[in-house]
Design a protein around this ligand. Sequence first.
Ligand SMILES: [Zn+2]
Length: 340
Amino acid sequence: MNVIKTTPSKIPIILCIDVEPDPFLVNRFNPEPWDGYEGTHRYLSTMRARFEEATGSPVHYTWFFRMDPQVAESYGSPTWAVDRYPGFINEMAHHGDELGTHTHAYRWINDQQEWLEDLGNQDWVNYCVEMSINAHVKAFGQLCKTFRFGNFWMNTPTINLLEQRGIRYEMTVEPGLPSYHPGTLGEGHSTGSRPDYCRVPRIPYEPNEEDFLKTGSNGSRLLKILPLTSGSLQLGRNIPGRWRRLRENGFRNRLQNTPLSMWKNWQAPNTFEKMLDRAISVQANPYLAFAIRSSIGTGRSFTPVDNCLQEIFEHPERKRFVFSTPAETLALLHDQENPC
Ligand SMILES: [Zn+2]
């Protein structure tokens, strides 16, 4: 009998980095320097060569720049970070990284002298999105195709606006996060409500025009949502925990209910390596997507993120990993699903 040996499929990894001020509530009158971004850029520059050696493939990161009203009002221009760090941007372009946009909806309330995250005000959200996308075009001289909203938040009108404005790859959704998850809303006041990501698809999908949390018909949309990676905790005899996971996420998605957030301290039996293995094993055509914030460069949450990235170097399957842009990820998954 002839045995046909196939090479194991590649596993694209999208590493999203939100490039933003270190605090959420920026000091509008004496804005903080972006020390975290500087540190994160240097760190990931060093890591690039190590990832390339470990995986045997070129490494492409995906950077998301803040260019919204909070940045514009505090730093004088929505394109401040790009204007301030041209060397970093050149390095990213040289390596073929993806340059995307990351928006928060902070609005300055003069009476209270504080930031309000005004997510319940669609006109304001639209204004923030429009400013960000316009600034991206100005800063980089090219259309913005890749987007992440801040603070785990998204809604259907915003997805539809993003599509109209040319966004093709949307990376906000974190499967398994329930609507009662507090996010970082503890930092200041906010309006609006949080979406429930428990029942969203766990694969890249074209969102329904009426409800972005559901799949639309194939070929109906130009925009695709690429959910971040979720895996499952080993719950052992924790029956209530297992029941809650099943009830919230449904049977099919119950093992992809815990976002693999790199800023967490993962402990045995749920080490990051084990979480990674579980996340890969439940996917028919696996891909991985993680998001980190540039503030790790100040040291805050740096160690857990570094530990997670070290796990990727040392992973037995590391030769299958390819750090890819969203477009490259979709192309790779497509080719692997449709071998000629
Ligand atoms: Zn952010």
